[in-house]
Design a protein around this ligand. Structure first.
Ligand SMILES: C[S@@+](CC[C@H](N)C(=O)[O-])C[C@H]1O[C@@H](n2cnc3c(N)ncnc32)[C@H](O)[C@@H]1O
Length: 243
């Protein structure tokens, strides 16, 4: 069995998927409040920026991968309108259920599918836009997931990857304190789960930096890959076009 990373641990590949599932099973019910606390509300601005770059038009077909509690899917659905279609997907049923219920409470019924981004159950060339926000980092075979995202996009369609990235050097020290002290502490106090937020900090450090992810997207068949640094590179939005 090949090995991979789960945060700073080296684990068997199938063990990683199980552990990632455990993290999101554990945090699903507190996911939204923890997002607001840990990012001090900034995740809303990062997602709003992503929605603006996406520029979804009425009638478009959109796939939100690792969509969790549905923030992006909701915003895209409002723009795609009745003639369009926005599909909310995630590998984790607890996250997907929380997202679907939240959307239903807001009067929005979206097609949802529990699926692994590495094996998408959709026809090739079927979406105008694919998005993945804060999800790629958790995937075992990121290259396989990016290739699948490319496959399901129509030629000329766009992939948007919003993810933690490598911040400017001046931020490194305070960011390390914030990540390894503050985040696990808040995880313990609010969600009763310190370990999942320790994993969050470690998984961010293990994720490819801006230039590496751009190269991975190009290898997966995306052209004109733009990198938008947000919050001095703490987060980056990568946008690529399927040729
Ligand atoms: C940090 S949450 C992000 C949720 C949402 N996109 C957001 O921005 O708030 C990461 C999500 O990635 C999902 N995920 C992890 N591995 C995945 C995979 N291989 N395929 C699809 N989703 C996956 C998790 O279940 C989790 O819901």
């Amino acid at each position: 069995m090949a090995q991979t990373h789960f945060g700073y641990q080296t684990v068997d590949e199938n063990e990683k998927a199980r552990k990632v599932r455990g993290v999101f099973d554990s945090v699903a019910s507190k996911y939204d409040v923890m997002n607001d606390v840990l990012s001090m509300g900034l995740h809303r601005a990062w997602k709003a920026y992503t929605v603006a770059v996406a520029n979804v038009q009425p009638g478009q077909q959109v796939l939100d991968i690792a969509g969790g509690t549905g923030d992006l899917a909701r915003a895209f659905a409002q723009r795609a309108g009745k003639e369009g279609r926005v599909v909310l997907t995630d590998i984790n049923e607890a996250m997907l259920r929380t997202g679907r219920d939240r959307l239903l409470d807001q009067g929005l019924v979206l097609p949802t599918a529990a699926c692994d981004a590495e094996h998408l159950p959709f026809a090739s060339n079927s979406f105008d836009l694919v998005s993945v926000a804060f999800g790629l980092r958790n995937m075992t075979h990121k290259d396989a997931a990016l290739a699948e995202m490319n496959r399901v996009l129509k030629p000329g369609g766009r992939l948007l990857v919003l993810e933690f990235s490598k911040p400017a050097a001046a931020l490194q020290k305070p960011y390390d304190w914030y990540s390894f002290k503050f985040m696990p502490l808040m995880g313990k106090l609010i969600a009763g789960d310190e370990q999942s937020y320790q994993y969050l900090a470690e998984s961010i450090r293990m994720h490819p930096d801006q230039a590496t992810l751009k190269a991975m997207m190009q290898t997966a068949g995306f052209a004109h890959v733009d990198v938008h640094n947000l919050a001095a590179g703490i987060v980056a939005l990568h946008a690529g076009i399927k040729c």
